[in-house]
Design a protein around this ligand. Sequence first.
Ligand code: FAD
Length: 378
Amino acid sequence: MVKKHALILGAGFAGLELAAQLSESLRDEVRVTLLDQSDSFSFGFSKLDVMLGRRAAEDLRLYYGDIALEGVEFRQERVTSIDPDQRRVTTDAASYDADVLAIALGADYDFAATPGFQEGGYEYYSIAGAERLRDALPDFDSGTILIGILGHPFKCPPAPFEGALLLHDHFLERGIREAVEIRVIGPMAAPVPVTKELSQAFLDALGERGIEYVPKQLVTSIEDGQARLAGGESVPYDHFIGIPAHRVPEVVESSGLAVDGWVPVNRANLATRFPGVYAMGDVAGLPMAKAGVFAEAAARVAAEDIAAGLRGGEPPPPYEGAGNCYIEFGDGLVGKVEANFLGGPAPTAELVGPSRELAAEKEEFGSIRRARWFGSAP
Ligand SMILES: Cc1cc2nc3c(=O)[nH]c(=O)nc-3n(C[C@H](O)[C@H](O)[C@H](O)COP(=O)(O)OP(=O)(O)OC[C@H]3O[C@@H](n4cnc5c(N)ncnc54)[C@H](O)[C@@H]3O)c2cc1C
């Protein structure tokens, strides 16, 4: 039997999980090519370790060369064009035709959307940014640190607040917490606004540590210690840390796949409007948070839908946009948000913990995926 060709663009949470699923359930019927421009994957939350100097970036990289999934071939190439009608993809090295095409290219950062940010601000949403901030932190010894959320949606809604909580700890340890003011400013009416209760839990955690959240304010540019807001006013800062505005990668934009910024999909099975083309993870436009746990859950549903399409079986139960996200609260404590965005009439999200047991559970979350995707010892 001639195997069908599944081409997966992007080897992040979604692409890796889709490759693992197809390798497990369809290896006799499907050969998989997995493309990524990078040589390695690292978990989003690793960036917090890098920012705080707890781990070196190099120790956190998982190399794609170690992928040992039967029937999956990884190639390090940059995707330069996607023709969704023909399911034809061109990279900097080759071109590919696919029977099934999965777009899992994630979200890119749009630094230029906020004038002054790249020159005058810091960030921890990229490894390079986290390293730069780590190197600058020793000079942050007094004044106001303004953490600005520079667009919506953005990856991992709790991460700006997680950063603030961890910086609080960092300054406590240095004995200079009193000399530093930490404020988070963003366009949302409340932190993590998926439910009132969850936002309140974050407001309480921030309040207990003397961290202010300034709601409904979008920083549009920064210059000379002043963050300019959409309404025209300015907020002063001594050190600015931004959560960059997000966008689909350029190649997705130019393929015509994106509508209103993101790739529209059937929320039940992650299919795009192009036959045989799926999109999942951060690149997809769904009314829910962008996070790795949701990306991998989407990949599982897409894999089942691909199997049903090939074998003529029943379609899988609809994607629920459900998953558990771990959040560091500082002092070795980790909380867990259990969320379900699409499974019911309204999204649900509940904070469990924080506790030390959940810190161990978060470690396990990482090692299970390292073993599953990269064959590393758990
Ligand atoms: C600080 C921080 C903390 C986080 N904490 C958590 C957490 O605790 N839990 C959680 O679930 N999520 C967390 N996240 C979010 C999580 O990392 C992302 O939501 C997740 O990685 C999305 O998965 P994805 O597969 O859609 O995209 P990605 O993992 O971003 O993968 C996309 C891949 O596409 C590749 N790519 C892009 N363009 C091209 C191209 N043109 N050619 C070839 N390859 C290309 C990229 O190299 C990348 O490997 C965090 C994120 C950050 C920044």
